[in-house]
Design a protein around this ligand. Structure first.
Ligand code: FAD
Length: 319
């Protein structure tokens, strides 16, 4: 085997990728993590609902995770994987040199791949909204609603799922206002459900999000009406960073929020030797779920490598 052939290359060094790398490093596998350094929650200062690390900054969690991976011999490089190809007994990955360390340029080879490249959030195109993403504008009630309990919470509707998001947020505050923006106003059972729980509705497109000293203070509707708010929850379009998986021909499955690469319970894709974990394949994954999925995939990859190690020795001894 070539000296540059890693047992596993992990693409993406967020919670899922680092967790997989930790399992593999502890299993004494040669593991390389290639990370572009843009985790999905980089816009916020504190994570919540992460047992044992509640309130920790995402950057601190990843710094601690990288140190743990490195303590078992794992190597972490700051770079972007631009292409992945099949080669005999594994994969060849090309790294994008832009913005990377000089030693991260070039090509790396791997027997197995764990893709944990996460996803990004496409927010509605409203002036001021993106500036407050993770700092007053949020999507996940379980991550961010407790911090604004009893406050004035706006739901910026983006589609049918926003109705349930408003009902969920009502668990944290009596002051919920559903802003229709470009969606239809609730009717029938949905309108009755809102009335039953005191959820107000403001009809009309949002012209801009209002801030003072970088703090959210409300929204302005088309026509000039202003609504004072302490927080906005909205459901962006989730865009999985699955280009490398698709380029290898991974099978895709449709779910209610879009098309995602199909994996089994351990994260194994339809491509031999390729696993995927975290938000790249699971839109519902938060930090703990991503950590768990990475750990499962790491264990499954090691198991698969053990079977491959046995087969290689048997093939050699049969020669
Ligand atoms: C504003 C906000 C707040 C959140 N708050 C919470 C919270 O409080 N609690 C919680 O549990 N969850 C929270 N989440 C969700 C959480 O961010 C994700 O569930 C979690 O980050 C998913 O982990 P991951 O490892 O799958 O992906 P990510 O954390 O997104 O990591 C993926 C990594 O892969 C890298 N990458 C992508 N493509 C490539 C490539 N081609 N080559 C190399 N590297 C690549 C990225 O740069 C990134 O570093 C929040 C999300 C958002 C948007």
């Amino acid at each position: 085997m070539s000296a540059q052939m890693w047992d596993v290359v992990v693409v993406g060094g967020g919670p899922a990728g680092l967790s997989g790398a930790l399992m593999l490093g502890r299993a004494r596998r040669r593991v390389l993590v290639i990370d572009a350094g843009e985790p999905r929650n980089r816009f916020t200062d504190a994570m919540h609902a992460v047992l044992g690390r509640d309130g920790t900054s995402p950057a601190q969690l990843l710094a601690d995770g990288r140190a743990e991976v490195e303590s078992y011999g794992g190597v972490i490089r700051h770079a972007t994987v631009s292409t992945v190809e099949h080669i005999t007994d594994g994969f060849s990955l090309t790294l994008d040199e832009s913005g990377a360390d000089p030693d991260a340029e070039g090509t790396v080879l791997a027997r197995r791949l764990l893709v944990a490249t996460g996803s990004s959030d496409d927010l509605p195109d409203i002036p001021g909204l993106g500036d407050l993403w993770g700092r007053g504008v949020a999507t996940c009630p379980y991550c961010d609603a407790y911090e604004v309990k009893d406050a004035r919470i706006g739901i910026l509707a983006t589609g049918p799922a926003s109705v349930m998001q408003a009902q969920l947020l009502r668990q944290w505050s009596e002051s919920i206002i559903y802003v229709t923006h470009t969606s239809a106003a609730p009717v029938g059972e949905e309108a009755a459900g809102f009335a039953a729980r005191g959820i107000q509705v403001a009809v009309g497109p949002v012209e801009c999000v209002l801030a003072e000293d970088s703090r959210l203070v409300g929204v302005q509707l088309d026509g000039g009406r202003r609504i004072e708010l302490d927080a906005i929850f909205t459901i962006p379009t989730l865009a999985p960073a699955d280009r490398t998986l698709r380029s290898l021909g991974a099978a895709i499955v449709e779910n209610p929020v879009g098309a995602f690469v199909q994996v089994d319970a351990t994260g194994r894709t339809s491509i031999d030797g390729v696993w995927a974990a975290g938000n790249v394949v699971n839109p519902a994954a938060n930090v703990p779920i991503s950590i768990g999925a990475g750990a499962l995939a790491g264990g499954a990859i090691n198991h698969d490598l053990v079977l491959d190690d046995i087969a290689r020795v048997l093939a050699r001894s049969a020669q």
